[in-house]
Design a protein. Structure first.
Lengths: 444, 316, 284
C-alpha cells in the first residue's frame, strides 16, 4: 500500500518535471540569432491594429532582406507598459529589439532609465525628420537632441459632431469660432434636442479625463510644463481651459462619461451626446462601431479658445523605439526606416481606419483623404491632415513627471466639476502638490 | 544551525522488486528518515522554493527600498523613502481608505461565506451543486472582462443596475462618481468576487467536524442555532483564522477592484495602498518608494496577523 | 398528540424551511451568476452590441463569427492548451509540496519552525509588485525567460497552500498519528495513507486554489514570456485589448471559454466537500 502511494507520488513528480521540461523545450529561445548570419528582430506592439498594420511591411522587408526575420509580438495595451517597465527596471534585460511606446511613456522611460533606448540619430534617423510633422517628431526627441523614437501613429485633437442634431437646433458649426460660443450654442442644443454638448469622466474613475483640458491648453500654447520643465498647469491658459469645462458643466451641457457604458459609443448613437472632442482616432472608431449613423455626423477643426487662436493640438502619438542593448540595432533601424519612413512600408496605413501615421508623404498619397462617405463634408483624415500640418501646432514638453501631472490635475478637475471648487484655486493647489512631489519649480 | 535534511546523504533504497517483507524495508528507511530530520525532509522543497523565489527577491526589494532612482542608477538613501511615507498625505489617504474597506467588507464577506457554507452543507437546500458553482465562479473572472461587465452594470444612466432600480421606482445611484458610493461599489464587487472562495474553505473544514458532536448536542437539547454556535463555529476555528488572516492581507494589498472599477477616484476616494504602490512603481517608475510602501504594508500585516493568531489561540 | 401528527408537522416545517432557504439562496445565486449569464450572451454579440442601450439580454447571432475569429485568426487554441498543460503540472506538484509542508508545520516540533512559518506568512504579505522586478532578474540570471519552468516554479512557493494545509491538519487528531507510528508506519505512509484521506475536502480545496492561482496569473506570465506561442490565456486576453478598438464580442467569448475548465474542475471536486466523509478524520 505504502509503496504504491510513494510510487504514485514519485511518478506524479516525475511526470510533472518531465512535462515541464518538455514544454520548456517547445518554446526555446526565439529571440536569439542562429548561425549563418540569420537574425531575428523582435517587435512588441501595443495592440492588434498596430501589429496588423505592420504586417505587410514585415512581409516586404523580409522579402528584400533574406536572412532577417521580423517577429511581431502583439502584447496589448495597457499590458505592454507593465512588460516594458519591468524589463527596464531590471536594467533593460529581456527587452525586444523594437517596441511601440506612447508619447506619454517615452519621456519618463528615457529620463528614468538612461541608456535603455538607442539614440536613433546615431543610426541615421535625422534624414527622415523632414518627412514628419514637426510636433510629432519633436515628441520623440530628448532634451539634448537625441531621438528616441520615430512617430508611428499620431493623433490630433478631435471634433466629431452630430450634424443632424446641430441642424435641428439651428446651429451652424461654420459660424462658431470659439469654445465660449460653442458652449453657449450647447445650451440651445440641449434645450431643443435634449443632447449634451460633449462628455467627460468628471470623477476620473474610468477615462483618462485630463485629455480635453490638455488639448484645450495646448491650443493656447501651454501645457503642464514649459520648455524648461517648470510647472505651468496653473497658468492663465490652464485656468482658462478648466473654466471652460466648468462653464459647460454649470450650464448643464457637459455629460458625465460615467453615465454611459465604457464602450460602443451608444450614447452618441442614441442622441444623448452630440459631440466627441477626444482625439482624431475617434471618428474612425465611431464609424466602425455605429455604421447606422452614416450621413448624420461631420468632423471639423476645433473652435479656438481665444478668437484667432490655434484650432488644432497634438492629442497623442506612439513611437517605434530600439532597445539600447539590442544586438540587431542596424537591422532594427532599417526595418523602422522602411516601415515608417517609406510609402511602400506605409501602404497599409494609407487606408487604415482610426490609425493615422506620422509620415507626411502619406497625407498626399492617393485616396488617403478620401472618406468613406460616412461623414458629411470633409473626411476625418482631411481634418487630421489640416490639423497636423498647422505651423503653430505646439510641441508639448511632457517630462518624466507627466504621469504624476495627469493624476494631480485630474484630482483638481474632479474637485471643480463634482464639488464646485474654483478653477484657479484648484490648479494652484495642484501645482503646489506637483512641485512637492517632483521638486520642480512653479513657473513664475 | 538548522539541521537541514539535505545534509544527510540520501541513500538509494534497495530495488523495490527485491524488497523482502516489511521489516527490512522499514529499517532501510529508518537509516535516513529519523524523527529528528523528518520535518526538514518534508519541508525541503518548501525551503528551497521559498529561499530562491521569495527570500532572495524580498532581500533585493528591501535593498531597493533604501535607494532612489537618480538619473538611472539606484542610489542608496538610507531610510529616506520610509520618512517620505510618513509625510505623504496620499499614503495616509490610501491607508484610511484601505482600513475602512477592511473593517467593513471583510467581516460582512466572511459572515456571508460562513452562512453560505452552512446552507450548502444542509440537506434542506435543493439544487446544491448548481448553487455552489454559481457562488464560486466569480473568483475566476478575468480582469479585462471584469472591468467590462461592471462598466455595463454600473453606468449611471444606462447601466443594468440603475435601469433595474428605476424600473422598481428607486432613484439612480451615482455608483462611480460619488466618493461614498464608489467605495460601496468597490466593496460590492469584492464581496461578489471573493465570497465563494471563502465559502469553499469553510465547506472543506465543515467536513472535518464529526457528526457525533452534533448528535451529542442534539441529545442535550440544542437546536440548530445553538448547534451552530457550540459545534460548528468552534469546529471551523482553523478555517476562520485562515480566512481572517488571508482576507486581511488581501484587502491590505487590494488592487484589482480599484484598478478596473474606479481608477482610485473620485479624487482619491478609493485609492488603496495596493493601488498607490502600483502607481509609484509602474506609472512613476519609483521602485524604491514603491518597495518601501510594500514593506510598511508587510509591517502592518505582521502586527495584525500576530494579533489575529493570539486572539484565536486565547479563545481555545 | 399522536406521534404521526408530530412527525408530519415536523416534516411540513422542514419542507417550509427548505423552500425558504432554497429561495433565499436562489436570489443570491441570481445576483452572483448574472454577470456570467451576461458573459454568455456577450459571446454571441458584436463589439458594439455588447454595449448597446438598452442592453442585450438574449443571445445574438455572432457566436460563430466570434468563434471563427478567435480560433482562426487569433489562434486562441494554443494559449488554452498552454494554460491547461501548465496548470496540470503545477497543481499536482503543488499539492504534494503543500501537503508535506502543512504536515510538518502542523504535526512536528522542530527548531526553526516558528521562524519558517512566520516567514511563509510574511511572504503572503509582500505585494507581488514589489518582488516582481527582482524575481524577473532571477529568471534572467537563470536563463529562464520564455520558459515554462519560469511560469511554474516560482508559483510553487505558495504560502496560502501551506497555511491552508497546516490549518486543515490541525483537525486531524494526534492520537491517530501516534497510533499509526506505534503500528510501525513510516511518516510518508502516515501522511499519504492515513492523514490525506481524512483531508480530502481540504485537498480538493487546495487543488482548486492552486489551479486558480496559476490559471488566473497574469502579470508574471506577461512579464516572463517572450513569444506568442507561449502565451497563457490571461496574457492572450490582454493582447486582445488595445485600448481604443478592442473587439469585445471576441474578448468576452474568450473569457467565457477560459471559465469553463475551472467550472468543470469545481464541479468535479465538489463531491469531496459534500461526500459522505462526515467525521472522516476519526474514521479508521
Amino acid at each position: 500500500m505504502e509503496l504504491r502511494t510513494l510510487t504514485r507520488v514519485a511518478t506524479g513528480l516525475t511526470v510533472g518535471v518531465v512535462a515541464a521540461a518538455a514544454l520548456a523545450g517547445c518554446t526555446g529561445d526565439s529571440g536569439s540569432s542562429s548561425a549563418g548570419g540569420d537574425q531575428t528582430v523582435t517587435v512588441w506592439t501595443a495592440g492588434t491594429s498596430a501589429a496588423e498594420l505592420l504586417a505587410p511591411a514585415v512581409a516586404e522587408f523580409e522579402d528584400a532582406n533574406p536572412g532577417t526575420t521580423i517577429d511581431v509580438v502583439d502584447v496589448g495595451n495597457p499590458a505592454i507598459w507593465e512588460k516594458i517597465t519591468t524589463s527596464l527596471a531590471a536594467g533593460g534585460e529581456g527587452l525586444p529589439d523594437i517596441m511601440q511606446i506612447g508619447i506619454d511613456y517615452l519621456p519618463g522611460y528615457t529620463e528614468k532609465f538612461p541608456g535603455a533606448f538607442a539614440d536613433l540619430s546615431t543610426l541615421g534617423a535625422d534624414d527622415l525628420a523632414a518627412d514628419f510633422a514637426p510636433s510629432a517628431w519633436g515628441g520623440g526627441m530628448g532634451p539634448d537632441g537625441e531621438l528616441w523614437g520615430v512617430p508611428f501613429e499620431v493623433n490630433t485633437a478631435g471634433f466629431t459632431y452630430n450634424k443632424s442634431l446641430f441642424d435641428a437646433a439651428g446651429i451652424d458649426m461654420s459660424t462658431i469660432t470659439t469654445w465660449d460660443e460653442l458652449i453657449e450654442a450647447g445650451v440651445t442644443l440641449k434645450a431643443k434636442t435634449g443632447a449634451s454638448l460633449f462628455e467627460l469622466d468628471k470623477a476620473a474613475t474610468n477615462h483618462p479625463s485630463a485629455d480635453i483640458w490638455q488639448t484645450l491648453t495646448q491650443q493656447q500654447g501651454s501645457f503642464y510644463f514649459n520648455a524648461d520643465g517648470e510647472i505651468t498647469l496653473n497658468s492663465a491658459e490652464g485656468a482658462k481651459s478648466l473654466e471652460l469645462l466648468k462653464k459647460a458643466n454649470d450650464l448643464g451641457v457637459l455629460a458625465d462619461a460615467a453615465s454611459f457604458t465604457a464602450g460602443g459609443a451608444s450614447q452618441y448613437a442614441d442622441g444623448s451626446v452630440a459631440t466627441n472632442v477626444d482625439a482624431s482616432w475617434w471618428a474612425g472608431y465611431f464609424e466602425d462601431a455605429q455604421p447606422d449613423q452614416a450621413g448624420k455626423w461631420a468632423v471639423a477643426l476645433r473652435p479656438a479658445v481665444e478668437e484667432g487662436g490655434a484650432t488644432a493640438a497634438l492629442a497623442g502619438a506612439s513611437y517605434l523605439s530600439i532597445a539600447g542593448n539590442s544586438e540587431h540595432k542596424d537591422a532594427a533601424w532599417e526595418f523602422i526606416a522602411f516601415a515608417l519612413g517609406t510609402l511602400e512600408g506605409q501602404e497599409a496605413m494609407q487606408t487604415a481606419h482610426a490609425f493615422t501615421p506620422g509620415f507626411t508623404p502619406v497625407y498626399s498619397s492617393d485616396g488617403f483623404t478620401d472618406g468613406s462617405g460616412f461623414y458629411v463634408g470633409e473626411s476625418p483624415s482631411q481634418i487630421f491632415v489640416d490639423s497636423i500640418t498647422q505651423p503653430d501646432l505646439a510641441v508639448p514638453t511632457f517630462t518624466s513627471d507627466y504621469a504624476r501631472a495627469i493624476k494631480i490635475y485630474a484630482d483638481a478637475q474632479t474637485k471643480v466639476l463634482i464639488s464646485g471648487a474654483d478653477p484657479q484655486e484648484a490648479l494652484d493647489e495642484a501645482a503646489q502638490l506637483l512641485a512637492d512631489a517632483t521638486g520642480r519649480e512653479i513657473a513664475g | 544551525m538548522i539541521d537541514l535534511a539535505v545534509q544527510s546523504p540520501v541513500q538509494s533504497p534497495p530495488p523495490l522488486e527485491s524488497t523482502p517483507p516489511t521489516r527490512s524495508r522499514r529499517s532501510a528507511r529508518r537509516s535516513w528518515l529519523t524523527p529528528r530530520n523528518t520535518p526538514y525532509v518534508l519541508l525541503a522543497p518548501v525551503i528551497l522554493l521559498f529561499a530562491a523565489f521569495k527570500g532572495y527577491p524580498i532581500l533585493s526589494a528591501a535593498y531597493l527600498s533604501l535607494t532612489t532612482n537618480d538619473g538611472g542608477t539606484q542610489r542608496l538613501v538610507g531610510i529616506a523613502n520610509y520618512e517620505r511615507i510618513f509625510n505623504d498625505p496620499l499614503f495616509y489617504r490610501a491607508l484610511l481608505n484601505t482600513l475602512v474597506i477592511l473593517v467593513i467588507q471583510v467581516p460582512i464577506m466572511l459572515a456571508l461565506a460562513m452562512l453560505l457554507a452552512v446552507a450548502f452543507h444542509s440537506t434542506l437546500l435543493k439544487f446544491r451543486t448548481v448553487f455552489r458553482l454559481g457562488y464560486f465562479l466569480p473568483v475566476v473572472m478575468g480582469l479585462v472582462a471584469y472591468g467590462v461587465i461592471f462598466s455595463v452594470m454600473l453606468a449611471t444612466d444606462n447601466g443594468i443596475v440603475n435601469v433595474t432600480l428605476q424600473s422598481i421606482g428607486l432613484p439612480k445611484v451615482p455608483w462611480l462618481q460619488d466618493p461614498v458610493w464608489a467605495k460601496v461599489s468597490l466593496m460590492i464587487a469584492m464581496t461578489w468576487h471573493y465570497t465563494g472562495i471563502n465559502t469553499v474553505i469553510y465547506l472543506a473544514q465543515r467536513q472535518t467536524i464529526p457528526q457525533d458532536l452534533y448528535e451529542a448536542a442534539a441529545m442535550d437539547g440544542a437546536g440548530h442555532v445553538r448547534q451552530f454556535f457550540n459545534v460548528t463555529l468552534p469546529g471551523l476555528r482553523p478555517a476562520i483564522l485562515l480566512t481572517v488572516v488571508t482576507s486581511t492581507i488581501g484587502t491590505l494589498q487590494l488592487f484589482d477592484e480599484p484598478y478596473i472599477l474606479t481608477n482610485g477616484g473620485p479624487d482619491n476616494a478609493t485609492l488603496t495602498i495596493g493601488m498607490y504602490l502600483y502607481e509609484n512603481a509602474f506609472t512613476y517608475f519609483d521602485f524604491g518608494y514603491a518597495s518601501a510602501i510594500g514593506f510598511v504594508l508587510v509591517g502592518m500585516v505582521v502586527i495584525l496577523s500576530v494579533a489575529q493568531f493570539r486572539l484565536f489561540k486565547e479563545e481555545k | 398528540m399522536s406521534a404521526a401528527v408530530r412527525v408530519s408537522r415536523t416534516r411540513r416545517r422542514s419542507r417550509l424551511a427548505s423552500a425558504v432557504l432554497t429561495l433565499v439562496i436562489f436570489v443570491g445565486f441570481i445576483l452572483m451568476a448574472a454577470p456570467f449569464y451576461w458573459l454568455v450572451v456577450g459571446s454571441t454579440l458584436t463589439s458594439s452590441e455588447v454595449f448597446s442601450n438598452p442592453p442585450h439580454l438574449l443571445p445574438g447571432d455572432q457566436l460563430v463569427a466570434n468563434w471563427v475569429n478567435l480560433f482562426g485568426e487569433r489562434g486562441y487554441l494554443r494559449p488554452v492548451l498552454n494554460s491547461i498543460a501548465i496548470s496540470i503540472v503545477y497543481v499536482i506538484v503543488g499539492m504534494v509540496i503543500c501537503l508535506c509542508g502543512g504536515y510538518a508545520f502542523a504535526k512536528f516540533q522542530f527548531r526553526g519552525k516558528a521562524f519558517l512559518f512566520g516567514f511563509v506568512i510574511a511572504t503572503l504579505a509582500i505585494p507581488s509588485q514589489v518582488t516582481l522586478v527582482p524575481l524577473f532578474q532571477t529568471m534572467v540570471a537563470l536563463g529562464w525567460l520564455n520558459s515554462y519552468q519560469a511560469l511554474i516554479l516560482p508559483g510553487l512557493a505558495f504560502p496560502f497552500g501551506l497555511f491552508l494545509m497546516r490549518q486543515a491538519m490541525q483537525s486531524v487528531p494526534d492520537e491517530l498519528i501516534q497510533a499509526a507510528r506505534i503500528d510501525g508506519a513510516g511518516e510518508f505512509r502516515i501522511l499519504f495513507q492515513i492523514v490525506s484521506p481524512a483531508l480530502r475536502p481540504a485537498l480538493a480545496a487546495l487543488g482548486i486554489f492552486l489551479f486558480l492561482a496559476i490559471w488566473n496569473d497574469f502579470i508574471w506570465p506577461l512579464v516572463v514570456l517572450r513569444s506568442e506561442d507561449a502565451y497563457t490565456i490571461p496574457v492572450a486576453l490582454a493582447s486582445f485589448s488595445d485600448g481604443n478598438t478592442t473587439d469585445y464580442g471576441q474578448l468576452i467569448l474568450a473569457t467565457t471559454i477560459s471559465v469553463i475548465p475551472v467550472a468543470l474542475l469545481f464541479i468535479f471536486m465538489q463531491r469531496y466537500f459534500v461526500s459522505g466523509l462526515l467525521g472522516g478524520a476519526v474514521k479508521q
